[in-house]
Each structure stands twice: as structure tokens, then as C-alpha cells.
Design a protein around this ligand. Structure first.
Ligand code: NAD
Ligand code: UDP
Length: 386
């Protein structure tokens, strides 16, 4: 830890970070990284600490005096401003961010992603504090290419599908497709933060994660989450595999995603934290453009990996098709394809994200002694060959 320097060779001074949503998937990995590799202090704010318990107890842990948990619901707690004032930097991760909620709980989704984030932005701006705000790749909505005829050769042209922070439009569906309530709320808070930067000098960085995956992501319905809940695709498929059910492919599983392993993505966030001069005023895509699969291909890969680690043979019918209406209900819609342009982050933070293909097998088998969720189950027996 001693002698840490930033990308410009300057010594890094220990700072205090107010991390809101620290008890979630990304927050738990960021806390782990900050505790094990940096001297920084974390004021961890969340309504739950299940995923960071291993960092909080026992009190003899090497970093015990550098992390404090504050059980706070940011919707209605006056302690929030005090914590932001005590910190040098605020990182806001708090959100409702599972697609099954966007069309079924649109009000909660909009309040969580816009209204509840407003005081955080306001307190940072008024108190001259730096803010790193977590937005989403979903802000881009659908690609321009999605509106071209299916057989148009232009669909192969990256200009029609690569998503670039400073030039791509945000293309959402009609209002009745409530799926876009999340993207739209995230877009408006991005615009507000940007405007606070332009008009009031707020020092900000906006992060747009592209499908980060790894241990502790979401929950297994009925095991460590509500039995009727629908988590994101990795947990849905893990749940199906563990229950020996066919994996459900929504609308044929034709949508495409680029996935990135959480620990690679966290490296990027740490660089943003420790290099404010390079990160302030920027919006960063964080993903791996070379890791694209269709949802159907993801299902096939996970089935294969699960079979290998569990020793169980695959089902005769490993996948079934379901309509989005049946699976998510009325008002669901989908992003067709998500390939991040990585020019800005690679230039600003000297990263090489997206220059190599991540081995999916390794990713799905990552073992961490602190896993609490489905990834532990996927990785509980060692993979024989990678
Ligand atoms: P997560 O649901 O695991 O974590 C969010 C955390 O925020 C949870 O622990 C939750 O309890 C907490 N929270 C929510 N509302 C709160 C409130 N009112 N008060 C206090 N705490 C509250 O989600 P995640 O995957 O870790 O995502 C973190 C952020 O990154 C979100 O803003 C999300 O929109 C964004 N994001 C993530 C991904 C991804 O790939 N994981 C993709 C796009 C965007
Ligand atoms: N999906 C699926 N089966 C499932 C869960 C999700 O086919 O059991 C699809 C979903 O329709 C979307 C993709 O997988 O096309 C990714 O969904 P996820 O919930 O992970 O979030 P998103 O990437 O859309 O934000």
C-alpha cells in the first residue's frame, strides 16, 4: 500500500469515501478492493449489509478502522448530508436496477433512479464535494441499426451499433413500454449532474456499466431473495440450472450483450477514484466490447460450464422459448445490442479495457471464499478443464 502513485506519478493521499449502495453487488466488490489494496476510508451506506458482512466483522480485521457501516435509507434520512460532508468523495450506487422491476414497478424505479438521487447531487454540489455517479449502458436504449431492415448491410457497420459516450443518441421506446422508465430516469439524473458541473462547478464522473457480472450478483429466488423475484439473466440462468429446469430464452434469446467480469471493471473504478484530474467531467463506458454473445449463446455456455462443475448431465431440453409478455409482463422492451466504445476511458485512464477476450469459463467459475450467492454454487466444485 505504501508509495502508491497516481497515473501521473503523484503520491495518492488517503481519502474518505461516502459510498451509497455499498451493500450491493458492485459496492461489495469496490469495498473489498478499497480495503485490501488502498489506505482509503469508506463510510458504507445501505439498507442492508449482508454482502459486506465479511468486511465488517470481526473487529480484528486489518481494515477495521477504515470501514463504517451506516444503515440508512437515502429516501428519508437526514444523516446523509452529514456523511457526504465528512467525505472527500461520494460514490452513488443506490438504485432499483433489475429489468423485471422497470415495467412492473415503474414509479419505484423512477423515484429510486432519479428523485432519490437528487439530494445526493445537491449535497455534493452545495458542499463542493466530488461525485462519482453510477448510471447505466441502458441509457443508449436501442441501437440505430435496430431500425434498419433486417437484411440491410449497414447493420454490419459499427457506426450503426457501437455506443459512444459523446456522440450516440439515446433511443428509447414509447411511454407505454415502461421498460424505459429506468433508462429515462438515469438519463435525466445524468443531465442534471452534467448541468451542475457546467453551471455550478460540481466535480463529477459518470460511470455507465455494461453488464458487469460475478459473485454476489443479485439473488437466487427463494434462496437468498424473494421466491417470486426475477433477478438479472446470470442469476435467472443459475437458478434454472440449480433447479434442473430449462433456461428460459426471452423472445428467442436473440438480444446481444457484452459482459465484463466485475474485478476487471472495479480496476477501472479505482483509477477514477485515484485520478480525479483525469476522471472529472467525464462520462465513461465500462465494459468489454470483445465479449459479445447472444442470450442464447450465454445459456448454452452456462449449461456447459454447469454440467462440467456439477458432474450432472444437461437436460434433454436445456432451453425453452418464452415471450417477454409471459416472462416480464406488459410493457417490457429490450436493448438489442450493447457494444461500448472504449476510446474515452482508455485515453483518460490509460486502460486497455476491451483489448482482450475474457474466457467465459473462468468468469463463471470464479471462486471467492466470500461468495454468498449463486456463483458459489456454480463454482462449488472445481472445473476439471478450462
Ligand atoms: P445492487 O442492486 O446489487 O446494489 C444497489 C444497492 O443499493 C443495494 O445494496 C440496495 O440495497 C442499495 N439501495 C437501493 N436503494 C437504496 C436506498 N434508498 N437507500 C440506501 N441504499 C439503497 O446493484 P448493482 O449491480 O451493484 O448496481 C449498482 C449501480 O450500478 C446501480 O446504480 C445500477 O443502476 C448501476 N448498473 C449496474 C450494472 C451491472 O452490470 N451490475 C449495469 C448497469 C448499471
Ligand atoms: N433474459 C432471458 N432469460 C432470463 C432472463 C433474462 O432471456 O431468464 C434476457 C433479457 O430479456 C435480456 C437479457 O437476457 O434480453 C439480459 O437481461 P438482464 O436481466 O440481465 O438485464 P439487461 O442486460 O437487459 O439490463
Amino acid at each position: 500500500m505504501a508509495g502508491r502513485v497516481d497515473l501521473d506519478g503523484n503520491p495518492i493521499k488517503p481519502i474518505t469515501i461516502c459510498m451509497i449502495g455499498a451493500g450491493g453487488f458492485i459496492g461489495s466488490h469496490l469495498c473489498e478492493k478499497l480495503m485490501s489494496e488502498t489506505p482509503h476510508k469508506v463510510l458504507a451506506v445501505d439498507v442492508s449489509n449482508d454482502k459486506i458482512k465479511h468486511l465488517l466483522e470481526p473487529a480484528t480485521l486489518a481494515w477495521a478502522d477504515r470501514i463504517e457501516f451506516h444503515r440508512i435509507n437515502i429516501k428519508n434520512d437526514s444523516r446523509l448530508e452529514g456523511l457526504i460532508k465528512m467525505a472527500d468523495l461520494t460514490i452513488n450506487l443506490a438504485a432499483i436496477c433489475t429489468p423485471a422491476d422497470y415495467n412492473t414497478r415503474p414509479l419505484d424505479t423512477i423515484y429510486s433512479n432519479f428523485i432519490d438521487a437528487l439530494p445526493v447531487v445537491k449535497y455534493c454540489s452545495e458542499n463542493g464535494k466530488r461525485l462519482i455517479h453510477f448510471s447505466t449502458c441502458e441509457i443508449y436504449g436501442k441501437t440505430i441499426g435496430a431500425f434498419l431492415p433486417k437484411d440491410s448491410p449497414l447493420r454490419q457497420d459499427p457506426a450503426y451499433y457501437v455506443l459512444k459516450e459523446d456522440t450516440s443518441p439515446c433511443i428509447f421506446g414509447p411511454i407505454e413500454k415502461q421498460r424505459w422508465s429506468y433508462a429515462c430516469a438515469k438519463q435525466l439524473i445524468e443531465r442534471l449532474i452534467y448541468a451542475e458541473g457546467a453551471e455550478n462547478g460540481l466535480e463529477f464522473t459518470i460511470v455507465r456499466p455494461f453488464n458487469w457480472i460475478g459473485p454476489r450478483m443479485d439473488f437466487i429466488p427463494g434462496i437468498d431473495g424473494p421466491s417470486e423475484g426475477v433477478p438479472r439473466v446470470l442469476a435467472c440462468f443459475s437458478n434454472n440450472l440449480l433447479r434442473r429446469e430449462p433456461l428460459k430464452l426471452v423472445d428467442g434469446g436473440e438480444s446481444q450483450r457484452t459482459f465484463i467480469y466485475i474485478k476487471d471493471a472495479i480496476e477501472a473504478v479505482l483509477l477514477m477514484i485515484e485520478n480525479p484530474a483525469r476522471a472529472n467531467g467525464h462520462i465513461f463506458n465500462v465494459g468489454n466490447p470483445n465479449n459479445e454473445v447472444t442470450v442464447r449463446q450465454l445459456a448454452e455456455m452456462m449449461t456447459k460450464v454447469y454440467s462440467k462443475v456439477s458432474g450432472e448431465s444437461s437436460l434433454e431440453t436445456p432451453t425453452i422459448d418464452v415471450s417477454s409478455k409471459e416472462f416480464y409482463g406488459e410493457g417490457y422492451d429490450d436493448s438489442d445490442k450493447r457494444i461500448p466504445d472504449m476510446t474515452i476511458i482508455n485515453k483518460q485512464l490509460g486502460m486497455h479495457l476491451g483489448t482482450r477476450k475474457h474466457p467465459y469459463g473462468t468468469c463463471l467459475n470464479q471462486h471467492s471464499p466470500t461468495n454468498t450467492g449463486h456463483m458459489l454454487m456454480l463454482s462449488s466444485r472445481p472445473c476439471q478443464s478450462q
